[in-house]
Design a protein around this ligand. Sequence first.
Ligand code: UDP
Length: 337
Amino acid sequence: MHILVTGGAGFIGSHIVEHHLKRGDTVHVIDDLSTGNLANLAAFEENSNFAFDHGDITTWSGLAGAVKEAQRIYNMAAVVGMFRVLEQPVEVTRVNTVGCERLLQAVAEAGHRPQVVLPSSSSVYGPAKYDDLHENANIVVSPDAPLLNYALSKLSNEVQGRAYAQTYDIPVVIARLFNTIGLRQSGQYGFVVPRFVQQALSGQSLTVFGDGLQTRSFCDVRDTVAILDALASTPAAYGQVVNVGNTQEISILELAESIRKAAGSASPLTFTPYEEAYGQDFAQIPQRRPILDRLFDLTGDQHRWPLATTIVDLCAHYRLHAESQQQAPPSPAPATV
Ligand code: UDP
């Protein structure tokens, strides 16, 4: 199968690339490298089934051609991460909404009907509590909703996806992704797990935002990509919105403890008010645990990686990485002329 991954140099995108190359598929990535990183794709560079183009999804001239060749498209090009979303609100609308529209238009004009996976986000639920985290819940958008611009850009992707699916008979799957974690996720844009792992391993304080009693449910990215693949291969999922995540819920304080334990770290915890952490006050989301009935009805339970295993894997990886960097010989001094 020939796969196109927009935003394929990012965290989840690079795992989609890895998943499909392992299956023997050919994979074409386009990425503007704004938050994505070529280092995320370094392991695949020599693979003859892999191709990369540097391009912005809203302007790249090769998009129509790339779409014509694809049998499946994952649209992972998006502005994500709390810090970046808060700092760059125009980019959120431009990349997330305009980029998705341009991609769907190219699919509509392609002359064939590739499968399209559109990632949405649990942020569309706003501050809703557990009972309302199912796909048919009313989504009430208040002007004070946390990260309204990001949530609306993702809700807009859902509406765009369903509109194109209905009008052009495109097999579109819309995945509402809940918190996703794993290798290659950067803590730079705010994501809690890579931040805590690196803080714990380097002996720095773990920066708990708020009182740490807020809960999240973290899904290993290896499960996420297997689930997205399964959904895209399931005709009953076409045209549907489906929650994708893990139901194992944990408070941020418990998460900090587990990571400290797995890292063998004595790092203290510091508590930072949200306002200080994010530079502005907004209603934090107190709880997130997906209801996965629809997903399980469509694909069965594909989860293989419990949180404890992911945390141990991440600690082992970053510890090894830090050691190999320490042992690396110093870079040669630049030649003088
Ligand atoms: N968080 C934290 N310390 C950090 C980064 C994040 O306590 O250094 C908190 C954050 O306020 C939120 C939770 O961890 O309550 C998950 O944050 P993340 O940005 O990973 O995902 P999201 O907020 O989108 O669920």
